[in-house]
Every structure is written in C-alpha cells, then in structure tokens.
Design a protein around this ligand. Structure first.
Ligand code: MTE
Ligand code: MO
Length: 363
C-alpha cells in the first residue's frame, strides 16, 4: 500500500506525521502536479473529519457570525477556481543544512512545492456574508490537528492580513484538480492562500476568526518566522525576526535530476521558477561555469499570477563533472541571492539561493 495514495518513489522525510516530497522527475514538465505527486507537509497526525457533521465557524469581528455546512458553502456562494502553487517555507532547506546543521527539522529538497487547480468559494465572499467589521485587520484560521513539536502540544493555525483575505484569489477549497480534496490535503475544506508560504493554507479548516491582531497560534507567533542566525528558535516570539508571508522569488532545476551519469552533448535542462505573491518571473538564467557566464532560458508566460512558471534550455554539457546553476529574476528586477550561507537561519526557511545541480557526463 502506498502512503496516502502517493507514488512509490516519494521522498518520505517522516511517516508520522506524514512529510514527503516527490522526486524531481515527478514535477518536471508538468504545469499542474498530479494528486499522487503533490508534496505533503503535516505537523501532527492527520485528523479524520466527518464531512456530514462538520461546520465552518466564522466569528470574531463580524456582525453576523456563521456556521456553515459544506452544502451551505456550495449552495450559497459562487464557485471559483484558482491555479496556485503551494510552496513550503522549508522548501530547499537541505541547501541551508549543508552550510550549518538545523537540528529537529527535515532536510527538504527542491520539491516541497507543487501546483494544483483549486475549487471552492472566495474567503472574501464568506467574510462579506458575515459582515466583517472595519477594525478586523487579520483573519485567523484554526484546525483540529495537534503537533507534538512543542510542550505543551500545539494545535495548528495561522492568520493572514485582512487585505490578503479580501483579495479574490484566497479560496476555501473542497476540490483539487477537479477531484474531491484528499484527506491528506485537508478534506473537507482548506484555505488556499496563493503566493504565500504553504503554512498559511490551513487544512481541515474549522474556524475563521476576524481579529485586530495576527493569530497567537504557535505556527504563526513562534514558528514560520525568519530569525537572525544567532537567535534561539525556541524562545522566538511575535517581535522577533520576520513573520513569513509572501513567498520569496525562487527556482529549481528538475531535469536532469543528477541521479545518474548522462552522455555529454546537447541536453535539455528544465525546471520551475516562482515569484510569490502577485509578482511574476521575468527572466531565468542558466550557467555551466558557476555563474561567470549565463544563457537565458525559454520561460513560460505568466499565464496565472499564482502559479509557478516552467522553463527550459538546451545546452552543450561537457564530459566530466559539471554544475548547472540557475537563477530567476522577477518583474521588479529582483534576482535570487547567490549563496545559501547568506540566508542561513535557525529554522531553515526560505532558501531561495541560486539552484545548483551537480552531474557527471560520460560518453
Ligand atoms: N494545515 C494544518 N491544519 N496542519 C498542518 O500541519 N501544514 C501547512 C499547511 N497547512 C499544515 C496545514 C504547511 S507548513 C504546508 S507547506 C501546507 O499545509 C502543505 O500542504 P499540503 O500537505 O496539502 O501539500
Ligand atoms: Mo510548510
């Protein structure tokens, strides 16, 4: 039996709680990730939610608190679809761990990110129905799963600013790629916060609360903060470091995947690039000489602001050892930083340094 319906060759970091990313070849060349390949990040045991008795509670700074069944959501609100990439803040952490170890965190590779077509209702429409009050500055999400990471154990939750919550792209989703949302991905209902770190797309959503301040949930107030290198992550609080929200500009090489030697000669190199939030990727460069010279890859048009853009280039790989380096530029002309050493942080988040893949070519 495969775990949670995932492909056999998933890279499983933990079975319980289930944490797994697909191999590079599973993402290569596919704008939409199939359900069996989609990465999954869980902080506690996957809850079993009975969709028939489940209700979404909407409360806090609203004039009309709501308690909605799945049918209420489906019948009373317009359905919307968004193609969005989820990217875990821990994506590419392994590259930071090569600089300095990060005890207690999984060494995620380049594939803690995937893209799906999400269907549901707009969070904005639900908040309008609840008559959101003007002093609501943050929208908090709460879920029933509990993580053993801290003492005492911590339920999962988080929040996003009201401005993002009221934008049209944030969905409460019950379907993924046109199929019912799988349990491992948050059934019966999850938040989808496009362009923001995956952590804010809360699964098994139970409660939406409008409030003045960000959520005090552990995963908002303590974890998922980008701390200075010398900080103690266990003592971090709301005033320390940066609370992670919009995803930083990032890219990776997906093919070749470095798993075996290749024949030298013209070789197609492909990958993904993702600009995060409402930015788009504008250029993608590839180097075979560690960044001395660069060639510009062919990059997908930003069809959808909320999804990654795939890229490809054919280059002549020499015999012997080669490192392929890739870097993306976004529409504001920002470029990825070169060195993971400059980005190291105690929880290993947001490694968006240049992608590097070592491989060997043998005739
Ligand atoms: N929601 C709940 N309730 N519990 C969780 O552990 N993990 C978050 C987010 N939502 C999490 C959650 C994190 S860190 C990420 S990256 C995404 O879910 C992963 O979503 P996926 O498992 O559907 O890929
Ligand atoms: Mo994540």
């Amino acid at each position: 039996m495969t775990l949670w319906g995932k492909r056999d060759d998933m890279v499983v970091h933990e079975r319980e709680p289930f944490n797994a990313e697909p191999p590079r070849r599973a993402l290569a060349g596919s704008p939409i990730t199939t359900l069996d390949s989609f990465y999954s990040r869980n902080h506690g045991p996957v809850p079993q939610v009975d969709a028939a008795t489940w209700r979404l509670e909407v409360d806090g700074l609203v004039r009309r608190p709501l308690s909605l069944s799945l049918d209420d959501l489906r019948d009373r609100f317009e359905h919307h679809e968004v193609t969005a990439t989820l990217q875990c803040a821990g994506n590419r952490r392994a590259g930071l761990m090569e600089v300095r170890d990060i005890p207690g965190e999984d060494p995620w590779g380049p594939c803690a990110t995937s893209t799906a077509r999400w269907t549901g209702v707009r969070l904005a429409d639900v908040l309008a129905e609840a008559a959101l009050l003007p002093d609501a500055a943050h929208i908090a999400f709460a879920a029933p799963d509990v993580s053993q990471i801290a003492d005492p154990p911590q339920p999962y939750g988080g929040s996003i600013p009201a401005g993002k919550a009221l934008s049209g792209e944030v969905l409460l989703a019950w379907a993924m790629n046109g199929r019912p949302l799988p349990r491992i991905h948050g059934a019966p209902l999850r938040a989808v916060v496009p362009g923001w770190i995956g952590a804010r797309s809360v699964k098994w959503l139970q409660r939406v609360t409008a409030q003045r301040e960000p959520s005090e949930n552990y995963f908002q107030a303590v974890a998922y903060r980008l701390l200075p290198p010398e900080a103690d992550p266990d003592k971090a609080g709301p005033s320390d470091g940066i609370s992670l929200g919009p995803v930083a500009l990032n890219c990776e090489i997906l093919r070749p995947d470095g798993t075996g030697p290749l024949p030298p000669g013209p070789t197609e190199i492909t990958g993904y690039a993702f600009a995060g939030d409402d930015r788009t990727v504008a250029r993608l460069d590839v180097s075979l000489d560690d960044g001395s010279t660069w060639a510009q890859a062919d990059l997908d048009e930003p069809r959808d602001t909320w999804a990654w853009q795939l890229w490809r280039i054919t280059l002549d790989l020499p015999p012997g050892e080669t490192t392929i380096t890739a870097r993306a530029w976004d529409c504001t002309a920002a470029v990825q930083p070169g060195c993971p050493g400059d980005l190291w942080n105690p929880k290993g988040y947001a490694n968006n340094s240049w992608a590097r893949l070592r491989l060997t070519c043998r005739p």
